[in-house]
Design a protein around this ligand. Sequence first.
Ligand code: ME8
Length: 517
Amino acid sequence: MTDKTPFYITTAIAYPNGKPHIGHAYELIATDAMARFERLDGRDVFFLTGTDEHGQKMQQTARAEGLTAQQLADRNSGEFQAMGKLLNASNDDFIRTTQARHHETSRNIWNLMADAGDIYKDSYAGWYSVRDEAYYQENETELRADGVRYGPQGTPVEWVQEESYFFKLSEYQDRLLKHYEENPDFIGPAERRNEVISFVKSGLKDLSISRTTFDWGIKVPNDPAHVMYVWVDALTNYITATGYIEDRNNPRAKYWPADVHIIGKDIIRFHAVYWPAFLMSAKLPLPKRVYAHGFLLNKGEKMSKSLGNVVDPVNLVNHFGLDQVRYFFLREVSFGQDGSYSEEAIGTRINSDLANGIGNLASRSLSMIVKNCDGKIPERGELTEEDKALLAQADALLASTREDMGKQLIHRALASIIAVVSESDRYFASQEPWALKKTDPARMATVLYVTADVVRQIGILLQPFMPESSAKLLDLIAIPADKRDFAALGEAGRLVPGTPLEAPKPVFPRYVAPVVE
Ligand code: ME8
C-alpha cells in the first residue's frame, strides 16, 4: 500500500559567511536523495534547505570584507542557491533567516517561551566561540600552548560578559532525558544519541539567548537593545517554513512536526537538546528524529583554509559529472560516519559500479535486444528457477531499501541495489544469451527480458541518488513517465513485450584520469 502521508525533511541551514564547500554539498545531496526516495514511494514530501544569516560570525566577516552583513548574506546565499541547482537538489523551498516570515515566527516562538515563564533577564559571563556561535562551560575549553583558549570543536573562544536574556534550560533536563528514553529513534546514529544523553545527564545550565554587544539579528520583542542568540532564530527556521505557529490552516502546517532533521555531527547539541527544549516550552510538537551525518575528510585530513585542501563542489562536479559525484558520496561514505574522499577513490567507484556495473549490464542486454529481437522488448517464455531467483531479488529491493532509507542508511540501500547488478552480471554470463541465439532463440529472449526488467527496476530505484542518469537509463528501456515511481516496481510494471527500443547510448562513461604532464 502506498503511504501518502506528509513527510517533512530538512538540511541544516548554512552560514553564508563564505562560499559553500563540499561538506554543504554532501549534506544537501544526501537529504535530496532521501526526499526523492520518499516522493517516489508516494509520500507527500516537503524538503527544506536555506541559509542562516544572522549572528556575530556573519557580522565580523562582513566587516572584514567591507560589506554590510546583509550584502554578505545576499551574495553568499545566492551561491548556496546556485549550488542547489548545480546539484539538482529538489528542495521545495529555500529559507533565508533574514526574510520577514522568519522574523515573525522567531518573535512568535520567543513570546510562547516567555508566556510559559521560561525566559528571564540577567547577565551572562562566560566563554563563547564565534566560529561555532556557541557558549561553552569552562571545563569544555582548554588553554593551549599558543596562549589561546579553545572550545571542544577546536575553535577559539572568547570571554563575553553582557546583559542577556536566559532560557530556563535547566528545568528541561528530566523531560529531555525522558523523551530520549521513550523515543529511542529521536536521535541517530547511536553514537550521537549516547553523546547527547551523557551531555544532558552531566547537568544543564540555563542558556543565554540574547546578545547586546552587536545588532545583527532579530530584535527581542519589546526590548530592541537585545538581538536573539543566533541559534534561537536559526533552529526556528524549520517551523517558520510550515507556518504552523501562525496558521494551522496553512497548507504547509500539516508538515509539522518534521519527520527528520538532517545535520552534521558538530551541531547535534543544538538540535537534540536546545531545539526540543524550546519546543517543549512553546508547547509545540517535537521533530520525530534528528540524524547527524559525519564529516568529510580530504584524503583523511580535515578540510581547512589553512591546509589549502578545501574542495569547491563546482570543480568536483565539473570534473567527474554530477551523478557520479552524488553516487560516490552516497555509496562510499557510511551515512552517519566520517568519510574520506580522493580523486582516485571517486574514479575507482565510477568505473567499478557505474561504467563496468550498471552501465555495462544495460548496454550489453539492451543492444542484444535491439539486434536480435527485432528492436522490441521480447516475449518472455516459461521462467526457470534462475530467472525467478533473479527477479525475486530485484523485486525484494523495494522493501529492503525502504527499510534502510527509513533509518538514513543510504549507503546500505545503494549497496543492495548494486549487489543486484552484480547478481545480474553473473546471471547473464552463466545464461550465455549470445550462445542461445543459435541454439534456442526463445530462451535467449526470456533471458534478455529478465535482464532488461532487472535493469528497469534498478533504474527506478537509482533515481533518488542519480536522477538524471537514471532517467536516461529508463529512457533506454522506453519506460513511460507514469511507470517510473516505486508503485511500478516488481510485477506491477513489468516490461511490455513489443515495446520498441533504440540502440542504447552509453549512460555511464568510464572515468579516465587526466594525464599530469
Ligand atoms: O552549522 N563535512 O552552519 P554551517 C560534512 N548555520 N558536513 C559538514 C562539513 C564537513 N566537512 N562542514 C560542515 C551551521 N558541515 C549552522 C546550522 S541549522 C538550524 C544551523 C555541515 O554552514 C554542518 O555539520 O557551519 C552543518 O550540518 C552544515 O554543514 C552547515 O554548516
